[in-house]
Design a protein around this ligand. Sequence first.
Ligand code: NDP
Length: 506
Amino acid sequence: MTVLMRPKPLDGFKVREFNMLIDGKWTAGAEGKILERASPGHGAVVSRYQAATAVDANRAIASARKAFDDGHWPRMTGAERSRILLRAADIIDERADELAFLDCIESGKPISQAKGELGGAADIWRYAAALARDLHGESYNTLGDGTLGVVLREAIGVVSIITPWNFPFLIVSQKLPFALAAGCTAVVKPSELTSGSTLVLGEILEAAGVPAGVVNVIVGTGPEAGAPLTSHPDIDMVSFTGSTGIGKLTMANAAQTLKKVSLELGGKNPQIVFPDANLDDFIDAAVFGAYFNAGECCNAGSRLIVHREILDEVTSRVAALSAKVKVGDPLDPSTQVGAIITPQHLAKIVSYVKGASENGASVAVGGTAADLGLGQFMEPTILSSVAPDMAVAKEEVFGPVLSVLAFETTDEAIRVANSIDYGLSAGVWSRDFDTCLTVGRRVRAGTVWMNTFMDGASELPFGGYRQSGIGRELGRHAVEDYTETKTLNMHIGPRTGHWMPKEARG
Ligand code: NDP
């Protein structure tokens, strides 16, 4: 039996109203469209947004273009931009409770987790601030007496930033501070479901001293407000996080004007466990990896690939611990798994479980939606006897559903891990160094955790192989992603080796 925490009704709750930030002004949408967001944990409207159409998106793009082309922001010193980013980080800390509350109430994630994400986000702003002062190119003094080569890193220009609903403040923080550190200007479009904290970020950046027009934040649906940000000729780069399907569409749209794209997409991440692993640690990490953020997480460890020798023990221990996970009211500080983002998404999760059962998988725990009176919730679910070719083993369920698969040899484990289209992350569990490194080097994934899972740091690059994306975020090269490279090829002294003969040149 799952531990269920019934949500309390949001009696007397004041709905928050938001305008958009375009060209330094908080403004209504041109067509007066309004979007409402209901809390997935309570079913009550909590936010009301002015919604952008293409008209507003184009205004925001024009503002970011002007702010870039007038040169004030890109030509500031790295130290000045760094100071502004540090001030922003301090204000994020000051407003962390308000931001965490917005992310919790709009996305359905537990409040304790939302607070943790805010701490991580502020750290990223500080890390990007440090990198702003260290952005540099290269020089070549080895090209002969007559030549000096200098390679500059210049801000790429206007960047559009499109983010999903599952980590609203954290994901924009993996992009925007690095773009700003490089000297870019931006138009940001969060998911229409969870736009609140990104709009508050607009206020924070104004207060920190980011000039008008450098950051514009618009709210709206993907097809209406997002699509212009992927195709408009005045956008130089698109930084997108979301589903692989919309990532492909983004890339196709951007190709029309050959924009640079950075794509952080889906994942179906394996945790491979060998018989010599510390099983106490692994069982906890398996439960955390599967149910953190209700499994609505690109990094979810949604596939356990378990050595057959320990298959029964692992399945029964993970099932026993899963049944103790606290599911329910996102506002309760002890909740571990909150609400599912929309009723439609919950139905999709349930249908994956049903499809797997019909195809021979067994439900070891959970398997159904949890009726808590308000909102929509899913019981932590474990599917055993899953074959590698089942949909539930290959596709992103994006819910608290864990598939257990078996292996006998290391080669087989690696083959199963690599047998899908995604390659975002993976975990390997063994006390044997050779085993960890063999698997770690052969698994096709952007991050491999060894004897841990889903740890992160601002210093460590993050991104996917294959259909999990293109490019990396975070890490010391993150700012460079938002730059162009320019070569200055300089001649020193009298020029030799003329193309035309001396007689012709006179
Ligand atoms: P979507 O791809 O549906 O949406 C992502 C963003 O794109 C939203 O802001 C959405 O707007 C927008 N969008 C939708 N259609 C278009 C369009 N035609 N043109 C431009 N923008 C558009 O993803 P979800 O929001 O459902 O997020 C879940 C997905 O994100 C999962 O696949 C998950 O794995 C992935 N993800 C990847 C991460 C990573 O770092 N690799 C991290 C977190 C999530 P709107 O929704 O408002 O319509």
